[in-house]
Design a protein around this ligand. Sequence first.
Ligand SMILES: Nc1nc(=O)c2c([nH]1)NC[C@@H]1CN(c3ccc(C(=O)N[C@@H](CCC(=O)O)C(=O)O)cc3)C=[N+]21
Length: 287
Amino acid sequence: MKATLIDGKKVSQEIREELKPRVQNLIQQDLKPGLAVILVGDDPASQVYVRNKEKACEKLGVYSLKHQLPSTTSQNDLLHLIDELNNNPAIHGILVQLPLPKHLDEKKILYHINPLKDVDGFHPYNLGRLMIGDPIFLPCTPWGVQELLSRYQIDISRKHVVIVGRSNIVGKPLSMMLVQKAKAANATITICHTGTENLAQHTQMADILIAAAGSPKMITGELIREGVVVIDVGINKVEDKLVGDVDFDSVVDKASFITPVPGGVGPMTIAMLMANTVKSAERTLHG
Ligand SMILES: Nc1nc(=O)c2c([nH]1)NC[C@@H]1CN(c3ccc(C(=O)N[C@@H](CCC(=O)O)C(=O)O)cc3)C=[N+]21
């Protein structure tokens, strides 16, 4: 078997096209969706991501406000900026780019964002709503993974999804999304992590394998079963090259579907961020 490539770049473009009439409709009602991005410090990778987010906003007609702060910014200054954005009616989404410099308390800062402007979906309020099956904002990367699967008409219901990685931004929320009794969900879930004994025994049981461990090329051909759908959430810089958590070359001939890195899940994250920002603006109309 030679896997079908899942084209995240193409799907992300489709999603952004679908958002355009919704943005136009809002603008006609004098409501331009607005996204504020806060970047603390000058990490070059973060600069690139933030630039891509700004470009996506521009193409869609979404207002984007960038706050580039020095790496020495104090916790209080950052909390005050978030207060200001929480109260700014032109801003519907607030994103604090992670990781933050280590003198800042990441939890305290993320918890300070108004949950109704939390387009990253990282606030405990939104994660709680997600867990009970009544979400407002879904975290962008897990939502992007779910969208990729449904747009390639890959059945999730009743399938065994094995997720490698238990992060708060991908593994854990994605497991909660796919286990719900809902469309593009209803799966049986296994979460593997650094404490898992005999990883291969679990991954070989997967109908859908999602690699979100942050460990370059760790998913090799021996870890998978013939015909599995492989979704690679990993973005690792190795010798100046972008590689996923999947060893693409040893997996591609066994899998039925596979996402490349780059051009897979990454672009979807930005598309879903745009979707959340538009949704947030729409919500201010309906109350
Ligand atoms: N508060 C917060 N929210 C985030 O959503 C967030 C964050 N912090 N910190 C960093 C990570 C990373 N992230 C990516 C988004 C898009 C691509 C993406 O579009 N990648 C392209 C390639 C881009 C390139 O060439 O470097 C691709 O995979 O094809 C990658 C990574 C969002 N993050």
